[in-house]
Design a protein around this ligand. Structure first.
Ligand code: G3P
Ligand code: MG
Length: 251
């Protein structure tokens, strides 16, 4: 499969270290790094002017002092927003990060990133892939980057745009469907990303038996999660990875 020699850590910080810092910000990535976490999961979507930004929601309301849908806004309209004060006054003034700003930080810190492509209503999956893939390939070594999405079409465009380079792709599911293997093979996927509470042991073992990596999201209760390590789960995405006590890189 066309993916690099990518060794996922056991623990990945969800939206950065989102339990301790405002999600999907530069501060959340620095917090993960300071906590000894080597990989972060971050959401990427496009503004109305096609600028890729690190943001989860379709609109600005929950995580900033702004209003409006991202697909209707330009960089000039969002770059002075406060994306940190909602979380804690100590983070007031934290900016909304562009993908390029985030990639510079990740590269400087030597961190790995699971970038989740969020296709919003303003854009086609292809448009998001065309913006994200070249920037990521230029900024991060392939063994420190994993692109994931619920949108298989976006991932298919990522595969096509990968210029033949090693590019690890992960297909995201809520409950992993019966035809998961066909869908993953079509993308030459590296990994399956499953909602942890909806993953069965049989499906986990089948995914591992097929040679794919298995990532679970978003788990914050290590005791409840624990049996899944024996099922072969490779990595867990957590808001607060420090609550897990697991051995291994990034753990
Ligand atoms: O990538 C795993 C997880 O982040 C997917 O769900 O809504 O938190 O982006 P969400
Ligand atoms: Mg996400």
């Amino acid at each position: 499969m066309p993916h690099p020699d990518l060794a996922l850590p056991r623990l990945i910080a969800h939206r950065g270290l989102s339990a301790r810092a405002p999600e999907n910000t530069l501060a959340a990535v620095r917090a993960a790094h300071d906590a000894g976490i080597s990989w972060v999961e971050l959401d990427v979507q496009l503004l109305g002017d096609d600028t890729p930004v690190i943001w989860h929601d379709r609109d600005l309301k929950r995580c900033s002092d702004g209003r409006g849908r991202l697909a209707d806004l330009t960089l000039a309209q969002v770059q002075h927003l406060d994306a940190g004060g909602w979380f804690d006054p100590a983070f007031a003034g934290e900016p909304l990060a562009t993908l390029e700003e985030m990639l510079v930080l990740l590269a400087a810190l030597g961190m790995g990133a699971n970038l989740e492509l969020k296709v919003n209503r303003g854009h086609a999956p292809q448009a998001l892939a065309e913006v994200v893939v070249p920037r990521v390939l230029d900024a991060l070594p392939p063994e420190r980057c994993l692109l994931s999405s619920f949108d298989a079409t976006a991932l298919a465009h990522c595969r096509r745009l990968g210029r033949g380079e090693a590019l690890a792709l992960g297909l995201l599911f809520d409950r992993v469907p019966r035809d998961w293997e066909r869908r993953c093979r079509a993308l030459e996927a590296f990994s399956v990303h499953a909602k942890w509470k909806r993953l069965s042991e049989a499906r986990a073992r089948a995914i591992k038996g097929a040679g794919l990596a298995l990532v679970c999201y978003t788990a914050n209760d290590p005791a409840s999660f624990a049996p899944r390590w024996d099922w072969g789960v490779d990595a867990v995405i957590s808001d607060d990875p420090g609550v897990f006590n697991v051995a291994g890189p990034g753990g």
